[in-house]
Ligand binder design. Structure first.
Ligand SMILES: [Mg+2]
Length: 344
């Protein structure tokens, strides 16, 4: 780590990320932070790991994007709970050969997002370690007492909504991986005229600098519009299945309503949209009466009705031609990966 002492690092950190904020009695500099819980509000706490070669690659992802994404993942979880982000703690294990310029860019990406969302850094830890770079982000938000959005509130007949677009992040990963091997990228790009230049730009932005849907979550919670919510981190199908499991129900989803890309490179658009992951959009449900007054956009993001909740405990996809097929859940699952590798 290219800093002479922890004190120097903390001083340097203060220049890159706000370390003072409302509700904070004592921030960085003591053994722990002191927070004041706001009257009539609940605190919402989440933690997210970002690990080199699991969540990012040093050869594909610029350090600014790695910093942005590390915080965005945690803020997306706060958004899914309907809470407004307030504080974060950041622990890093980095190899000693990462340059100070890399670390500065990492904090710049993270700090820019933090400032935009009013997030104050209140602590963390840093260690030099061999092996994969590891980033642990803890984020704390607040929500009006009793108004947090849960996964468990969906009921049969509720409509299913999704914000923004699905599959762009996975499309960008295909583009980035392809560009690491330019010859294959050119070959696969040809004949895929459906993916325009604008869409590629949108995909790269969605992947490298995802926008956590905090204002959507806060608006849904405040207005009491949603019966349940979850953010899309491991793929639409997998995260919808988690919401349904928590709510003890199933869902029917219409392919022609899904906001998916116009094409993919190695996977088709539907696969990217259903199983791509890292979209950091929100899936939420609303009762039929709430659905009748659902606006086309909430908190600055477009919202699209893509299906409905059923009493039957299964997921069904209505294809564009009207056929009904089981909606498989094969998004990213670390435990499934673990089981698979344990078998070999
Ligand atoms: Mg989540």
């Amino acid at each position: 780590m290219p800093f002479r002492s922890e004190a120097e690092f903390v001083r340097w950190l203060g220049r890159h990320w706000p370390v003072r904020g409302r509700g904070l009695d004592l921030g960085i500099g003591d053994d722990a932070a002191l927070l004041r819980a706001p009257a009539g509000r609940d605190l919402v706490v989440t933690t997210d790991l970002s690990i080199e070669d699991v969540h990012f690659r040093l050869d594909l992802h610029p350090p600014r994007a790695i910093g942005h994404r590390a915080l965005a993942r945690a803020l997306s979880d706060l958004a899914a709970m309907g809470s407004k982000p307030r504080f974060a703690l950041l622990s890093l294990a980095l190899s000693g050969n990462l340059m100070r310029s890399w670390i500065a860019a990492f904090y710049d990406g993270l700090g820019t997002l933090a400032r935009r969302f009013g997030v104050t850094l209140i602590g963390g830890d840093t260690a030099v370690a061999d092996g994969a770079a590891t980033i642990d982000t803890i984020a704390i938000g607040e929500v009006e007492r009793g108004r947090a959005l849960l996964r468990s509130g969906a009921r049969p007949g509720d409509r299913v909504y999704v914000t923004g677009r699905l599959g762009l992040s996975a499309l960008a990963l295909e583009l980035l991986r392809g560009s690491a091997r330019p010859s294959t990228w050119v070959a696969r790009s040809r004949g895929k005229a459906g993916i325009g230049r604008d869409e590629k730009q949108q995909a790269l932005a969605a992947h490298l600098y995802p926008e956590p849907r905090c204002s959507v979550g806060v608006a849904l919670a405040r207005q009491g519009l949603a019966s349940a919510a979850i953010d899309v981190s491991d793929g639409f199908a997998t995260d919808l299945a988690r919401l349904c499991e928590s709510s003890g129900c199933g869902a029917v989803v219409r392919e022609d309503q899904l906001p998916i890309p116009s094409g993919g490179l190695t996977r088709n658009a539907l696969e990217l949209g259903l199983y791509g992951g890292e979209d950091y959009e929100l899936i939420f449900t609303a009762s039929a009466s709430r659905a009748a007054r659902m606006p086309g956009s909430v908190g600055g993001a477009s919202v699209r009705e893509v299906g409905r909740i059923t009493a039957a405990h299964r997921l069904t996809l209505v294809r564009s031609d009207g056929r009904e097929v089981p909606l498989e859940t094969r998004g990213y699952d670390h435990f499934r990966k673990l089981r698979a590798s344990a078998r070999h």
